[in-house]
Ligand binder design. Structure first.
Ligand code: 5GP
Length: 142
């Protein structure tokens, strides 16, 4: 049986505004913000506001709007950072590599010959996150 959703998780706190984030997008159902330990320049997380641990317990109605925004963010990060490609990842439960238990999708700009950095590796400088967020917001037209 799936474990219960914990409203004390870090993304729930970000969604409630209790912890700061570098937001690039928000609508009534979805928020996107910079990953603080990016696996590549411009690594962005797309997070539905509706609570679920991951894909396994999510309301299917959440997924259409979520992936519509994932596409929007993927196009924007590629343009904003002049990337060659975009990797999209999503993890479910610890065995898969999930570390934060609120559903989210990773959108990582990719550059020819540049490997992904480790998952949940090193913290990025806030000024770098802010600069990349600004470029992505501009590419989104906001
Ligand atoms: P998961 O392993 O659950 O798929 O991914 C969680 C992601 O959240 C990791 O890539 C990690 O770097 C990122 N992360 C962890 N804590 C924070 C935080 O406080 N703020 C932000 N913006 N990202 C975080």
């Amino acid at each position: 049986m799936a474990e219960a959703y914990d409203p004390g998780n870090i993304f729930a706190k970000i969604l409630r505004g209790e912890i700061p984030s570098h937001r690039v997008y928000e609508d009534d159902a979805i928020v996107a913000f910079m990953d603080v330990m990016p696996q590549g320049t411009g690594h962005t997380l797309v997070v539905p506001k509706a609570p679920s641990r991951n894909m396994l317990d999510a309301d299917p109605a959440t997924l259409g709007p979520l992936f519509a925004v994932v596409q929007k963010i993927a196009v924007a990060v590629k343009k904003a950072l002049d990337a060659d490609g975009v990797t999209i990842m999503q993890f479910n439960e610890p065995a898969s590599g999930q570390t934060v238990y609120h559903l989210h999708v990773h959108v990582v700009p990719r550059f020819e010959g540049v490997p992904l950095k480790p998952h949940s590796g090193q913290m990025e400088k806030p000024e770098v996150l802010a600069e990349n967020a600004g470029k992505i917001r501009a590419a989104l037209g906001g």
